[in-house]
Ligand binder design. Structure first.
Ligand code: ATP
Ligand code: MG
Length: 166
Protein backbone atom coordinates (compact mmCIF):
# COMPACT_ATOMS: atom_id res chain seq x y z
CA UNK A 1 0.00 0.00 0.00
CA UNK A 2 1.29 3.41 -0.91
CA UNK A 3 -0.17 6.56 0.55
CA UNK A 4 1.49 9.79 -0.47
CA UNK A 5 0.76 12.90 1.55
CA UNK A 6 1.58 15.95 -0.48
CA UNK A 7 0.40 19.26 0.98
CA UNK A 8 -3.40 19.24 1.09
CA UNK A 9 -3.80 16.87 -1.86
CA UNK A 10 -3.65 13.24 -0.85
CA UNK A 11 -3.22 10.35 -3.19
CA UNK A 12 -3.77 6.69 -2.52
CA UNK A 13 -2.49 4.04 -4.88
CA UNK A 14 -2.52 0.33 -4.32
CA UNK A 15 -2.21 -2.81 -6.43
CA UNK A 16 -4.01 -6.03 -5.61
CA UNK A 17 -3.45 -9.27 -7.52
CA UNK A 18 -6.38 -11.70 -7.69
CA UNK A 19 -5.45 -15.07 -9.17
CA UNK A 20 -9.02 -16.36 -9.63
CA UNK A 21 -12.61 -15.05 -9.79
CA UNK A 22 -12.97 -16.27 -6.18
CA UNK A 23 -10.06 -14.08 -5.04
CA UNK A 24 -11.62 -11.16 -6.91
CA UNK A 25 -14.91 -11.81 -5.10
CA UNK A 26 -13.20 -11.84 -1.69
CA UNK A 27 -11.45 -8.58 -2.53
CA UNK A 28 -14.70 -6.94 -3.71
CA UNK A 29 -16.49 -8.03 -0.51
CA UNK A 30 -13.74 -6.59 1.65
CA UNK A 31 -14.03 -3.34 -0.27
CA UNK A 32 -17.84 -3.35 0.07
CA UNK A 33 -17.54 -3.36 3.86
CA UNK A 34 -15.67 -0.04 3.71
CA UNK A 35 -18.25 1.77 1.57
CA UNK A 36 -20.61 4.51 2.65
CA UNK A 37 -23.24 6.75 1.11
CA UNK A 38 -21.99 8.88 -1.78
CA UNK A 39 -18.98 6.73 -2.66
CA UNK A 40 -18.17 6.31 -6.34
CA UNK A 41 -16.08 3.51 -7.84
CA UNK A 42 -15.00 3.69 -11.47
CA UNK A 43 -14.01 0.40 -13.10
CA UNK A 44 -11.68 0.55 -16.06
CA UNK A 45 -10.18 -2.21 -18.16
CA UNK A 46 -10.87 -4.06 -21.40
CA UNK A 47 -13.90 -6.21 -22.20
CA UNK A 48 -13.89 -9.34 -20.10
CA UNK A 49 -11.48 -7.82 -17.56
CA UNK A 50 -13.87 -8.55 -14.68
CA UNK A 51 -15.72 -5.28 -14.04
CA UNK A 52 -19.14 -6.93 -13.79
CA UNK A 53 -17.73 -9.95 -11.90
CA UNK A 54 -16.22 -7.54 -9.38
CA UNK A 55 -19.50 -5.58 -9.11
CA UNK A 56 -21.51 -8.77 -8.51
CA UNK A 57 -19.35 -9.66 -5.50
CA UNK A 58 -19.41 -6.07 -4.27
CA UNK A 59 -23.21 -6.27 -4.39
CA UNK A 60 -23.14 -9.46 -2.30
CA UNK A 61 -20.92 -7.63 0.17
CA UNK A 62 -23.57 -4.91 0.35
CA UNK A 63 -26.12 -7.64 1.21
CA UNK A 64 -27.94 -7.26 -2.09
CA UNK A 65 -30.02 -10.37 -2.79
CA UNK A 66 -30.76 -9.70 -6.48
CA UNK A 67 -28.47 -11.01 -9.19
CA UNK A 68 -26.55 -8.11 -10.70
CA UNK A 69 -26.37 -8.09 -14.50
CA UNK A 70 -24.60 -5.66 -16.78
CA UNK A 71 -26.74 -2.56 -17.47
CA UNK A 72 -25.27 -2.06 -20.94
CA UNK A 73 -28.57 -1.11 -22.57
CA UNK A 74 -30.16 0.72 -19.65
CA UNK A 75 -27.02 2.63 -18.56
CA UNK A 76 -27.93 2.20 -14.88
CA UNK A 77 -29.60 -0.30 -12.57
CA UNK A 78 -30.47 0.20 -8.92
CA UNK A 79 -30.33 -2.47 -6.20
CA UNK A 80 -31.30 -2.38 -2.53
CA UNK A 81 -28.96 -3.65 0.19
CA UNK A 82 -27.10 -2.37 3.26
CA UNK A 83 -26.67 0.63 0.96
CA UNK A 84 -28.38 1.10 -2.40
CA UNK A 85 -26.10 0.26 -5.32
CA UNK A 86 -26.31 2.22 -8.56
CA UNK A 87 -24.57 0.15 -11.21
CA UNK A 88 -23.68 2.04 -14.38
CA UNK A 89 -22.31 0.81 -17.67
CA UNK A 90 -21.43 3.78 -19.87
CA UNK A 91 -19.97 1.70 -22.72
CA UNK A 92 -22.66 2.88 -25.13
CA UNK A 93 -22.80 6.45 -23.95
CA UNK A 94 -21.19 8.83 -26.39
CA UNK A 95 -21.91 12.30 -25.14
CA UNK A 96 -21.17 13.77 -21.70
CA UNK A 97 -24.23 16.05 -21.95
CA UNK A 98 -26.44 13.01 -22.27
CA UNK A 99 -25.36 11.85 -18.81
CA UNK A 100 -26.15 15.24 -17.39
CA UNK A 101 -29.47 15.34 -19.21
CA UNK A 102 -30.55 11.99 -17.76
CA UNK A 103 -30.29 13.45 -14.27
CA UNK A 104 -27.58 11.10 -13.05
CA UNK A 105 -26.65 13.49 -10.25
CA UNK A 106 -29.68 12.12 -8.40
CA UNK A 107 -27.81 8.82 -8.23
CA UNK A 108 -24.34 10.24 -7.65
CA UNK A 109 -25.47 12.39 -4.74
CA UNK A 110 -28.22 10.05 -3.50
CA UNK A 111 -28.37 7.56 -0.64
CA UNK A 112 -26.22 4.84 -2.14
CA UNK A 113 -22.92 4.04 -3.81
CA UNK A 114 -22.24 4.32 -7.54
CA UNK A 115 -20.20 1.78 -9.47
CA UNK A 116 -19.38 2.83 -13.00
CA UNK A 117 -18.14 0.50 -15.73
CA UNK A 118 -16.56 2.26 -18.70
CA UNK A 119 -16.19 5.78 -17.20
CA UNK A 120 -14.13 6.63 -20.33
CA UNK A 121 -13.60 10.41 -20.45
CA UNK A 122 -16.75 11.25 -18.47
CA UNK A 123 -14.82 12.07 -15.26
CA UNK A 124 -15.70 15.80 -15.44
CA UNK A 125 -19.40 14.99 -14.89
CA UNK A 126 -18.86 12.18 -12.36
CA UNK A 127 -18.56 12.78 -8.59
CA UNK A 128 -15.20 14.27 -7.60
CA UNK A 129 -12.43 12.01 -6.23
CA UNK A 130 -13.87 8.61 -7.17
CA UNK A 131 -12.00 5.43 -6.31
CA UNK A 132 -10.60 4.46 -9.70
CA UNK A 133 -9.86 0.80 -10.29
CA UNK A 134 -8.09 -0.23 -13.45
CA UNK A 135 -8.22 -3.96 -14.03
CA UNK A 136 -5.24 -5.42 -15.81
CA UNK A 137 -5.65 -8.85 -17.39
CA UNK A 138 -2.58 -10.98 -16.64
CA UNK A 139 -3.83 -14.31 -17.98
CA UNK A 140 -7.01 -16.36 -18.11
CA UNK A 141 -7.47 -16.44 -14.32
CA UNK A 142 -5.31 -13.66 -12.98
CA UNK A 143 -6.02 -9.93 -12.73
CA UNK A 144 -4.19 -7.00 -11.18
CA UNK A 145 -6.46 -4.33 -9.70
CA UNK A 146 -4.75 -0.92 -9.75
CA UNK A 147 -6.53 1.35 -7.27
CA UNK A 148 -6.12 5.10 -7.16
CA UNK A 149 -7.99 7.77 -5.22
CA UNK A 150 -7.33 11.38 -4.35
CA UNK A 151 -8.95 13.51 -1.67
CA UNK A 152 -9.53 13.56 2.07
CA UNK A 153 -11.87 10.62 2.60
CA UNK A 154 -10.17 7.58 1.06
CA UNK A 155 -12.13 4.32 0.91
CA UNK A 156 -9.08 2.09 1.38
CA UNK A 157 -7.98 4.01 4.47
CA UNK A 158 -11.19 3.15 6.27
CA UNK A 159 -11.24 0.13 8.53
CA UNK A 160 -12.76 -3.01 7.12
CA UNK A 161 -16.34 -3.34 8.46
CA UNK A 162 -16.17 0.20 9.89
CA UNK A 163 -19.28 1.23 7.99
CA UNK A 164 -21.17 -1.92 8.84
CA UNK A 165 -20.72 -1.33 12.57
CA UNK A 166 -21.85 2.31 12.36
N1 ATP B 1 -9.37 -13.14 -11.37
C1 ATP B 1 -10.51 -12.89 -12.04
N2 ATP B 1 -11.30 -11.85 -11.65
C2 ATP B 1 -12.44 -11.58 -12.31
N3 ATP B 1 -12.89 -12.25 -13.38
C3 ATP B 1 -12.15 -13.29 -13.82
C4 ATP B 1 -10.94 -13.64 -13.17
N4 ATP B 1 -10.41 -14.71 -13.82
C5 ATP B 1 -11.24 -15.00 -14.82
N5 ATP B 1 -12.30 -14.18 -14.82
C6 ATP B 1 -13.40 -14.26 -15.80
O1 ATP B 1 -13.34 -13.13 -16.66
C7 ATP B 1 -14.67 -12.80 -17.09
C8 ATP B 1 -14.94 -11.35 -16.76
O2 ATP B 1 -16.16 -10.97 -17.35
P1 ATP B 1 -16.94 -9.65 -16.93
O3 ATP B 1 -18.26 -9.69 -17.60
O4 ATP B 1 -16.90 -9.51 -15.44
O5 ATP B 1 -16.01 -8.54 -17.58
P2 ATP B 1 -16.30 -6.97 -17.82
O6 ATP B 1 -15.03 -6.28 -17.51
O7 ATP B 1 -17.51 -6.56 -17.07
O8 ATP B 1 -16.54 -6.94 -19.39
P3 ATP B 1 -17.41 -5.88 -20.26
O9 ATP B 1 -16.50 -4.74 -20.54
O10 ATP B 1 -17.75 -6.64 -21.50
O11 ATP B 1 -18.62 -5.47 -19.46
C9 ATP B 1 -15.63 -13.73 -16.36
O12 ATP B 1 -15.94 -14.81 -17.22
C10 ATP B 1 -14.78 -14.21 -15.17
O13 ATP B 1 -15.15 -15.50 -14.71
MG1 MG C 1 -19.33 -5.61 -17.67
Amino acid sequence: MKNIKDGSARLFSWDKTCKSPEETAAFAKDLASRLKKGDCICLEGPMGAGKTTFTQALAQGLEIQDYVTSPTFTLVREYQGRLPLYHFDLFRLEDMDELDFLGFDDYFYGEGVSVIEWPKDFYPVLPPNPLRIEIEVVDEKSRIFHLIQEGEDLVMEREEDENIRN
